[in-house]
Ligand binder design. Structure first.
Ligand code: ADP
Length: 498
């Protein structure tokens, strides 16, 4: 058998209390209409963290009524952009003040390494909120010249009540990507969190109200997809829907939106992103970055570099070094110092990943390292590397969403461009080369919303993120994200004395 360098040590009790488990509607924490709750579990052990109020149709209705009232009667959309911006800045300050507490709750509910949450993810949440605070007083329309004696103004108005459905892999970053632009533009929100990770959004939304957010502007519903999520997607009084999750669920919510009130929908869906390593690349750097691109966040990233294409001249060297790096990966209790990889989110994902690993072996790929669970408790999986992977194999086509690197071999640029693009997805791509012409060729030819050259997973509040093809539509972050939350109104008046 294969084994990883670090064994699981006894779990540490996280230094955090769970204070908020109810639904947040109209600025108040309330029980669900049905009185029902569901358990949220610790991925380190599968044990209970807390029972959380389970939202359903009636709760979504109540939340939409609150958001509607907060939109129609104000004050939120009627406040000046600067006033809204000040509240967003104050929220960012409170996130910083409570950084470690928020990070601990996120790690407990999600399983991601605490050091990453505390040093990167929560600071990025504050950073994103400040980015959108910066936009709030800089959103304006324009005057356009008409070819007739008319004065033409184009107003940019908030759309209204935004329904937002987010996943469990980055609960608070997904919160920020959704909530930031919607609020900067003056909309109100009903947000449905993922059933695996309901806790952190409740805590930070409480802080948002402390920062001065008026009641009803941000309502948070915990609950399941086919009930609470579907109720939001199909609601007649929700004016816009934003969704991040799997491509299959994306199709469902788009259909629900179409069948109800034709609300516009932005989607950020799955991926099977290629990373292409040319023979002139810095191989050690490429190994390290490709490792990070796949294994970061337990492999649970929609833009994970999950097809590693390596030029035949450096293939054997790359596979050896990728194996050595995977063996060095520190897997263990995410609250422990130095841990790079915690458990997968839940039993379902854990089993699915092990199933894909089996499928890789059965289809004839070479299992270079890993391939099994770690320990007998919780959802830990060995960092796994496959070589000799072929395009037609399931592990090269489907999203695994786990710590499983698949390495494929290629001969030349045109061949690998064609193979990299042969996927229904188009979220991201990576290229490693020192030849400028080769980099430019790839940069133009790859059909993906992001192309990282000699780097990967470089995110920034100002960089737009989103997919080509079945990876979604619309862009989040950057100036493009504002368009999703603005309605455009043309106003035309005659000029009497042009
Ligand atoms: P994953 O497989 O990663 O859990 P999903 O796409 O199923 O991804 O989940 C992403 C989000 O979509 C979650 O908040 C989930 O509850 C929600 N969701 C799942 N099914 C539906 C549905 N039928 N309608 C609306 N939302 C859904």
């Amino acid at each position: 058998g294969f084994s990883t360098a670090t064994a699981i040590e006894e779990p540490i009790q996280p230094p955090v209390q769970v204070n908020h488990t109810q639904l947040l509607i109209n600025g108040q924490f309330v029980d669900s209409a049905s009185g029902r709750t569901f358990p949220t579990l610790d991925p380190r052990t599968g044990e209970l963290i807390a029972h959380v109020a389970e939202g359903d149709v009636e709760d979504v209705n109540r939340a939409v009524v609150a958001a509607r009232k907060a939109f129609d009667e104000g004050p939120w959309p009627k406040m000046t952009g600067y006033q809204r911006s000040c509240i967003l800045y104050r929220f960012a300050d409170l996130i910083e003040k409570h950084n470690d507490e928020i990070a601990a709750l996120e790690t407990w509910d999600n399983g991601k390494p605490y050091e990453q949450a505390a040093k990167a993810e929560i600071p990025t949440l504050a950073r994103l909120m400040r980015y959108y605070a910066g936009w709030a007083d800089k959103i304006h329309g324009l005057i356009v010249p008409a070819d007739s004696p008319h004065h033409v103004q184009v107003l940019h108005e908030p759309i209204g009540v935004a329904g937002q459905i987010i996943p469990w892999n980055f609960p608070l970053l997904m919160f920020a990507w959704k909530v930031g632009p919607a609020l900067a533009c003056g909309n109100t929100i009903v947000l449905k969190t993922a059933e695996q990770t309901p806790l952190s959004a409740l805590l930070v939304s409480k802080l948002f109200h402390e920062a001065g957010l008026p009641d009803g502007v941000l309502n948070v519903i915990s609950g399941f997809g086919p009930t609470a999520g579907a109720a939001l997607a199909s609601h007649m009084d929700v004016d816009k829907l934003a969704f991040t999750g799997s491509t299959d669920t994306g199709k469902i919510v788009l259909e629900l939106a179409a069948r109800s009130n034709l609300k516009p929908v932005t989607l950020e869906l799955g991926g099977k992103s290629p990373i292409i390593i040319m023979d002139d690349a810095d191989i050690d750097q490429a190994v390290e970055v490709a490792h990070f691109a796949l294994f970061f966040n337990q492999g649970q990233c929609c833009c994970a570099g999950s097809r590693t294409f390596v030029h035949e001249r450096v293939y054997d060297e790359f596979v050896e070094k990728a194996k050595a790096r995977a063996l060095k990966r520190v897997v263990g209790d995410p609250f422990r110092k130095g841990v790079e990889q915690g458990p997968q989110i839940d039993e379902e994902q854990f089993s699915k990943i092990l199933h894909y690993i089996k499928s890789g072996v059965d289809s004839g790929a070479t299992l270079v390292t890993g391939g099994d669970r770690i320990g007998s408790k919780g959802y830990y999986i060995q960092p796994t590397v496959f070589s000799d992977v072929e395009d037609k194999m399931k592990i090269a086509k489907e999203e695994i969403f786990g710590p499983v690197q698949t390495i494929l071999k290629f001969k030349d640029v045109n061949e690998v461009i064609q193979r990299a693009n042969t996927t229904r997805y188009g979220l991201a791509a990576g290229v490693f080369t020192h030849n400028l012409n080769t980099a430019n060729t790839f940069m133009r030819a790859l059909r993906a919303g992001t192309v990282w050259i000699n780097c990967y997973d470089v995110f920034d509040a100002a960089i737009p993120f989103g997919g080509y093809k079945m990876s979604g539509n619309g862009r989040e972050k950057g100036i493009d994200s504002l368009k999703n939350y603005l309605q455009v109104k043309a106003v035309v008046t005659p000029l009497k004395n042009p």
